[in-house]
Design a protein around this ligand. Structure first.
Ligand code: FES
Ligand code: FES
Length: 154
């Protein structure tokens, strides 16, 4: 199999890479770009741990092939903080106590981020809907909803 060249925007920088066309997006991000915030849980699009923002929609990167992001924008957790300063959503997760083991946290934050990019002042129902594809075994979800609400009010 021959590699293909893809060009896309990753965490606000234009990048290009040659990659086998059957490479999953999660593998390209973790292995070629060292973006290890992208977590692998179920590997079949069910748990949301591998969520990244593609343009302004959350996608589960374990079921997306790398060439599908050609010409598009991908955002991972690493792209959220600027000059060491946390994004307001990251800070809100800390302030609300919305993190326990942390495995679901990058995906949760990126699902929340995609929501706030599309809708800066979401309702509680919309927040719950936005994280409905992200599983958390620790927190019981209420503090995660609080965190996204806090960030939307800043
Ligand atoms: S690892 Fe991708 S959705 Fe679970
Ligand atoms: S904080 Fe542990 S899975 Fe969510």
């Amino acid at each position: 199999m021959e590699k293909v060249k893809i060009v896309f925007n990753l965490n606000y920088k234009d990048v290009e890479i040659e990659i086998y066309p059957n490479t999953r997006l999660i593998d390209m991000l973790r292995e070629q770009f060292n973006l290890t915030s992208v977590k692998e849980g179920c590997s079949e699009g069910e748990c949301g741990a591998c969520t990244v923002v593609l343009d302004d929609e959350p996608v589960t990167s374990c079921v997306v092939l790398a060439p599908q992001v050609h010409g598009r924008s991908v955002l991972t957790l690493e792209g959220l903080s600027e000059n060491g300063e946390l994004d307001k959503l990251q800070q809100a997760f800390i302030d609300a106590g919305a993190v326990q083991c942390g495995f679901c946290t990058p995906g949760m934050i990126l699902s929340g981020k995609a929501l706030l990019m599309r809708k800066p002042n979401p309702t509680e129902e919309e927040i719950k809907q936005s994280i409905s594809g992200n599983l958390c075994r620790c927190t019981g979800y209420a503090k995660i909803v609080d965190a996204i609400q806090i960030a939307s009010q800043k």
